[in-house]
Design a protein around this ligand. Structure first.
Ligand code: MN
Length: 207
């Protein structure tokens, strides 16, 4: 694959330095399942504005990644996710990372694209980037990180490749519709939602 680098345990210092210069980077994770307290983090993918993707393999039992943490917590770099609620919980639970600041394309889509009921990454990329994503590797075994297939790595890379463009388009739509501040407020309260998820509270706002 072009513009793709695999690395282990943590970001190499040169790459950290490069990403620290970016205004925003796209981030996604692959895990063993959907429960951060049960299902371990396997892969963290990063992509900057040049479309260069780095995939970081997380080892079994690994509890920290200092360079990744420095980037994810850097005030000057906005981290862009699709469904940030999940990835931020996984990064926090497994690596002790408090991701900030961030942008979530799923929240932005729900607030901006009220004409659609489809807010999955596949639908968003199709409508806004005109690209058909192949999601067939989504539910695969990410646990054997040293032996991931070409198909899995291509899938993992594509999950971050379009997020920077999506953020630009969704931000423009949100501003046009007078919903940008509401989106910012949603991003502000997401860390609380993540903490509630990790402590296994369901919906504390319900009657
Ligand atoms: Mn993914």
């Amino acid at each position: 694959m072009d513009n793709f680098l695999l690395c282990d345990r943590d970001l190499p210092p040169a790459l950290l330095e490069r990403y620290m210069q970016a205004e925003a980077i796209a981030v996604d994770t692959e895990t063993m399942g959907l429960k951060p307290g049960r299902d371990r983090l396997c892969l963290v993918q990063l992509c900057d504005g040049d479309g260069y993707v780095t995939a970081l393999r997380i080892e079994l039992g690994q509890g920290d990644a200092p360079n990744l943490k420095a980037l994810m917590e850097a005030e000057a770099v906005t981290k862009i996710f699709h469904f940030a609620r999940f990835d931020i919980a996984a990064l926090k639970y497994q690596l002790g990372i408090q991701t900030a600041p961030f942008f979530c394309t799923k929240i932005a889509s729900k607030l901006a694209r009220t004409y659609s009921g489809s807010h999955g990454l596949k639908s968003l990329v199709k409508e806004l980037a005109g690209v058909e994503l192949d999601k067939s590797a989504q539910s695969s075994d990410w646990g054997n990180v040293m032996a991931l297939s070409e198909e899995q790595l291509a899938y993992a890379a594509n999950d971050v490749r379009y997020l920077i463009g999506l953020r630009q388009q969704l931000t423009a739509m949100l501003k046009r519709e007078g919903r940008w501040e509401l989106a910012e407020q949603c991003f502000c309260c997401l860390p609380t939602v993540v903490e509630l998820d990790l402590r296994q509270f369901d919906n504390v706002f319900e009657h």
